[in-house]
Ligand binder design. Structure first.
Ligand SMILES: Cc1cc2nc3c(=O)[nH]c(=O)nc-3n(C[C@H](O)[C@H](O)[C@H](O)COP(=O)(O)OP(=O)(O)OC[C@H]3O[C@@H](n4cnc5c(N)ncnc54)[C@H](O)[C@@H]3O)c2cc1C
Length: 400
């Protein structure tokens, strides 16, 4: 039975991920725009009717996430897994410009050049607002590369879904884990979406920073937002520098450990702190950072890029195999136990989600409904002390 949760309560309870699905579902009533806190949020001009509310509750990834018969065996920490690998693009330009090993961009180029899709729909820097993001269409390698690199700022890839469908043909979609989960959940009540969007790719995500994060980077770089001609958060190396170039041609840079580790991670939206899916469990293929490091912690030293590549569906596994055979990417098998060393944050957050949710429930807050994500099992294995610490931290945050 569909849960009775409204768009208004998702917004008020801080559960909105900012994916934009509600704008595509109810274009006459919902517009997604930046709010004062620098996050993309729906603005409702008229109340949704009963059928629309039901559609909303079934689809919105902020309201809930649920797996229905994943194709691959489910790993409690890492989701449905057909295969785990590391890899990189064999095109040096793609590898360099990509965020990690450029595997996502390489797969997109392969899909276009092998004519498996007519276009790719993904996020790029907004030409009118270089620290912002826009959903874009790419039809060749050069256009795909303009979208390479992580953009640690709000994006609402699903807000443009109807416009993308109106272009005709089949396309590959790239989005954050919550965007892909929203798309998958929408496709359950609108099956033609799966036919029109045969490839859904994602990446691991520690959370979406507010636009204020990018502005804080600029401040530290002593660049005024109005001066910025282009801005990249990462890419051009691994992890690559945050780079602002001004209209006057001045270039200012900051390393990843400083930009992510001391600025952006302080601006994450609330929903990301109770996210059980930072690893793209609903995607066909996920790309992430295959960090090297010591003592279980990534060191973020500059190196040639290397991606973690998880295939989750038969479609995703076939795509990876074909891209290898066609010479677009190189991959190496990776033991599943190695993932936690590369992604300790993702491991810890999923284990602690249940304690955080419990604290919210006890304060009477609306919480998302997460099903078949094995959160209880993970919490039980997470240790009493850590669970308590997370429970108290969240309780403090909401009670006081
Ligand atoms: C907010 C955020 C948080 C992240 N957190 C983690 C993490 O915790 N662990 C980890 O391993 N990796 C994280 N990443 C992903 C990582 O930085 C790389 O994107 C991933 O390793 C894939 O690298 P690649 O070289 O294959 O991708 P690329 O070839 O560089 O392709 C990246 C693709 O992602 C799309 N994209 C970039 N920014 C956004 C955005 N804001 N919204 C939607 N789509 C976007 C681009 O359009 C492009 O198609 C995060 C990325 C983002 C944007």
């Amino acid at each position: 039975m569909t849960r009775n949760i409204s768009l208004e309560s998702v917004l008020e309870s801080g559960l909105c991920t900012g994916c934009g699905a509600c704008q595509s579902m109810f274009p006459a009533k919902v517009r997604v725009a930046l709010n004062d806190e620098g996050y993309l949020r729906p603005q409702l001009s008229q109340p949704l009717d009963r059928r629309e509310r039901e559609q909303f509750a079934r689809t919105c990834p902020g309201a809930g996430l649920e797996h229905i018969k994943p194709e691959a065996a489910y790993d409690p920490l890492w989701g449905p897994l057909m295969a785990t690998r590391t890899g990189y693009s064999l095109d040096e330009g793609v590898r360099y410009e990509g965020s990690s090993g450029g595997v996502l961009s390489a797969l997109l180029v392969y899909l276009l050049e092998s004519k498996k899709v007519d276009f790719v729909a993904h996020i790029k820097a907004d030409p009118d607002d270089p620290i912002g993001n826009v959903m874009s269409v790419s039809r060749n390698r050069a256009e795909v590369l303009r979208g390479a690199g992580s953009r640690y700022a709000p994006s609402a890839p699903l807000a443009q879904l109807e416009a993308l469908l109106a272009l005709g043909g089949r396309f590959a979609f790239v989005g954050k884990p919550c965007d892909v989960a929203g798309l998958r959940q929408y496709a359950r009540s609108r099956p033609e979406l799966a036919e029109r969007i045969p490839y859904m790719l994602s990446f691991m995500c520690a959370g979406i920073p507010s636009r204020k994060g990018a502005i804080a980077i600029l401040k530290k770089l002593e660049v005024e937002p109005a001066e910025v001609a282009s801005f990249s958060f990462r890419g051009n190396g691994w992890p690559g520098m945050s780079t602002a170039v001004t209209h006057a041609g001045r270039r200012a840079e900051m390393d990843y450990a400083t930009s992510w580790g001391t600025i952006l991670n302080r601006h994450l939206q609330f929903r990301c702190k109770i996210c059980p899916d930072g690893v793209g469990e609903f995607a066909d293929v996920v790309g992430a950072d295959a960090w090297y490091g010591k003592d279980g912690y990534p060191d973020f030293a500059e190196r040639a890029g290397r991606s973690l590549v998880l295939s989750r569906t038969a479609t995703g596994e076939k795509l990876v195999g074909e891209a290898v055979a066609a010479g677009y990417i190189a991959v190496e098998a990776l033991a599943r136990e190695e993932i936690a060393k590369m992604q300790p944050y993702q491991e810890n957050r999923k284990k602690m989600v249940l304690s955080r949710l419990l604290a919210l429930r006890l304060t009477g807050r609306t919480t998302p409904r997460y099903r078949r994500l094995q959160l209880l099992r993970l919490a039980l294995g997470g240790g009493l002390r850590e669970n308590l610490r997370n429970f108290v931290g969240m309780a403090r945050r909401t009670w006081f």
